[in-house]
Design a protein around this ligand. Sequence first.
Ligand SMILES: [Zn+2]
Length: 466
Amino acid sequence: MRFFLFCALALAATAQPRHGVRPSRMVIKNATVVEGNGTPAQSPVDIVVENGLIAGVGRVQPQASDVVLDAKGKYVIPGMVNMHGHLHDERGGAPMDFNYVMRLWLACGITTVRDVGSPLTKTLQTREKSAKGEIAAPRLFVYPMLGRVRDAAAARRRVREVKAAGADGLKIVGAWRDTLAATAEEARALDLPIAIHIGVEEANANHAIAAGVRTIEHWYGIPDAALKEGVQNFPSNYNYMNEADRFRFAGRLWREADPKLLAGVLDRMVAAKVAWNPTLDIYEASRDLQRAQTQPQFKDYLHPVLEDFFRPNLENHGSYFVNWSSTDETFWKENYRHWFRAVRDFASRGGLVTMGDDAGYIYQMYGYGFIRNLELHQEAGFHSIKIIEQATLNGARALGQESKFGRVRAGWSADLVVVNGNPLEDFKTLYPGRGIEWTIKAGIPYSNTELMREVKAIVDNAREKK
Ligand SMILES: [Zn+2]
């Protein structure tokens, strides 16, 4: 009897977190914490998690009934905010289990995703299930895609439909100046923030800023608004609809931007509080195709449907690598150098820089592409402490949620990533199977090992069927 009691107490004192099960109270002991607000790491710190929230940050003696996560020698950062995700359930028309996408995001430490275009009804249902903790998924903000509409009246109608469906915001792709202005005005009245993907078109970044968008995605519209001639120096046989043309010459756009005009565009963005979500990972194949095609995680984790979709084929968006040359790569490497500098200039002027993976295109896998962004922001010259802030709290800021999640602070949602390694030294520790041990979303711990085992099972199953 005495022996039994001793065992029970010992077990209770060392109750471990369980994959996908929200404990009533959990204490993360002896962590090294990066808060996510741009301040350096602190250690040792204990974090109390209760009812999905961070109840306290400091030094705590766990109670016998607490679940205890020993984080001695480990880093804890806020759950990351992916500001440009697509919750795909197919690629090129072939179905793909979207649990694959959600588990990869969680395994990469992503606890919030702003979805900017996916099957609307399904994604809204997933948002609710995720909010209730019924499924393993990041918290979702749903910004359905608004493609080109014929006129202002149609634009307004479409905004009202999207609002009635329950969207959190709006993603604009392709707009004329008049339809953009009408869309933005209607969206403002209905309190729907706008993420805009600006292609090479009539409305550039200056028009988007004036219309009052919340974030500019990717980049093209920004240098495009800084061209002295008002148009890039395209060859006469250029066809924008041909993706090989489009992406080849996009690689020669930044070099044509006039530095003074560009500074003006960046200043206007800062003044209007327009955040920049550059998604640096998603064009990287353009500067180094072989690197993109031979990423080590493809062996075990690349879904065969995604694999097919990535193959060069002008029918599939982003699979434009037809006769891709060293000359193209060289232009793109230079393009990236200008782009890096512009993002840094924007941030140093006070602009809000966020991060998003845009995965499911151009050899980028969900989550992995997001972590690659942290590396690329480092290459751009940002300090790793600021990069963690860009990947966490800045996303929450751009979503207007900075008092709810995105930092390790009492009262904020318990969105936390426990890393066996120092991400401030090496962002590669954040890739699945490397350093992340637990991703905690709203107090629910998810084991990296379990998540990746599930991902592998989905991939193996799909490969067998093929
Ligand atoms: Zn996208």
